[in-house]
Design a protein around this ligand. Structure first.
Ligand SMILES: *Cc1c(COP(=O)(O)O)cnc(C)c1O
Length: 365
């Protein structure tokens, strides 16, 4: 399928980006800031790039209201890299040997839990696997250890479409949040977690850069085996430039932050995200043809998963939605069904077009 216009792209990541951001990057591609070169062809240590880097960090600080007691690292290796880096940097803080607690609510937190087992004791404190990852275990059922270095959870499970409504309270143990797919989508009190991490490719910019926000007192305790590029202390001491950083991805993330500031920041986008997801869920709930299976309290505002009650229509649904320019609605293979990822950059018009298509398809089926 080819198109002569921009589609509405519901991909989970890499995901759609604001048109203004893409246009600005295109306009600046051949001659950035009058230097006669693109931003990706200059030294990461040049004063021009360092200015981009500083402004990018400052804009993120402003958007998330990140206090000075937290370090921001811009790393490579994605969320998956941090699944290894976090235990290597934090597990040594446990009282009786390397240990951490895990709340498993879907594919991503399960991956984090499994990766951590290479570095120490990973305690499964709670899991919703028996509920097919369609809910979040009640906080009262969590079996937290008293000697864990930290508690890991995934704030938004991208594949199942399950999102924590609030940041859980785990007492004094540092809380680590995977916010890969809901960073900057709603207000979050940074002080409530010790570590926050997210790849850029869902809600910020293209893939290639991973944002890690760390309470400063937790830096400097890594295991001896920690690869240099993932040692938070090394990266904090070198402005995340112990080696060549992904300069173009950082520049694009910076444009993404500027765009979000222009939209009115996180508070404004949160309202829009609420409106977008409510439109889709309300439609699903009144339909006899489609269904969402996630506990209503924990439905993701970013990744809306749904099933056609008669799955014999799946192929036709995907083919016709694609032809209508509503692209990438197939659910992850681990979950089946359909998924509409509606991150910050997805306009309300895209969700309206999807609902219109879905109701028309339902009528014709
Ligand atoms: C996409 C995703 C990841 C993995 O990110 P990579 O950058 O591909 O390593 C981790 N956690 C969540 C919740 C995700 O959505």
């Amino acid at each position: 399928m080819t198109f002569d216009r921009r589609i509405f792209n519901f991909a989970a990541g890499p995901a759609t980006l604001p048109e203004e951001v893409l246009k600005q990057a295109a306009d600046e591609m051949l001659n950035w800031q009058g230097l006669g070169t693109s931003v990706m062809e200059i030294s990461h240590r040049s004063k021009e790039f360092m200015a981009v880097y500083e402004e990018t960090l400052q804009d993120l600080r402003t958007l998330m209201n990140i206090p000075g007691s937290y370090e921001i690292l811009l790393l490579q290796g994605g969320g998956l890299g941090q699944n290894a880096a976090i235990p290597m940097n934090l597990m040594p803080l446990a009282k009786h040997g390397p240990k951490a607690d895990f709340i498993v609510t879907g594919v991503w937190s399960e991956k984090s839990f499994k990766e951590a087992q290479k570095y120490g004791t990973a305690n499964l404190a709670a899991s919703s696997v028996a509920e097919k990852f369609n809910t979040i275990p009640a906080r009262s059922t969590w079996q937290l250890s008293d000697d864990a270095a930290y508690v890991h959870y995934c704030a938004n499970e991208t594949i199942g479409g399950v999102e924590f409504a609030d940041i859980p309270d785990v007492g004094n143990t540092p809380l680590v949040a995977d916010i890969s797919s809901n960073i900057l989508s709603k207000e979050m009190d940074v002080n409530k977690c010790a570590v926050w991490f997210a790849g850029a490719q869902k809600n910020i910019g293209p893939s290639g850069v991973t944002i890690v926000i760390i309470r400063k007192d937790l830096i400097g305790h890594s295991m001896g085996i920690t690869p240099t590029i993932w040692d938070w202390a090394v990266q904090a001491n070198t402005q995340s430039m112990i080696n060549t950083p992904p300069t173009f991805a950082i520049y694009m993330a910076g444009l993404g932050f500027q765009w979000l500031l222009k939209q009115g920041g996180v508070k404004a986008i949160q309202k829009r995200n609420q409106e977008k997801s409510a439109l889709l869920y309300n439609y699903l709930d009144q339909s006899g043809f489609y269904e969402n299976r996630v506990n209503k309290e924990y439905r993701s505002r970013m990744n809306v998963t749904f099933f056609l009650k008669d799955e014999a229509f799946n192929a036709k649904f995907l083919e016709e939605s694609n032809a209508a320019g509503l692209v990438a609605l197939r659910g992850h293979k681990a979950a089946g069904g359909m998924r509409a990822s509606i991150y910050n950059a997805m306009p309300l018009e895209g969700v309206k077009a999807l609902v219109e298509f879905m109701s028309d398809f339902e009528r014709r089926a």
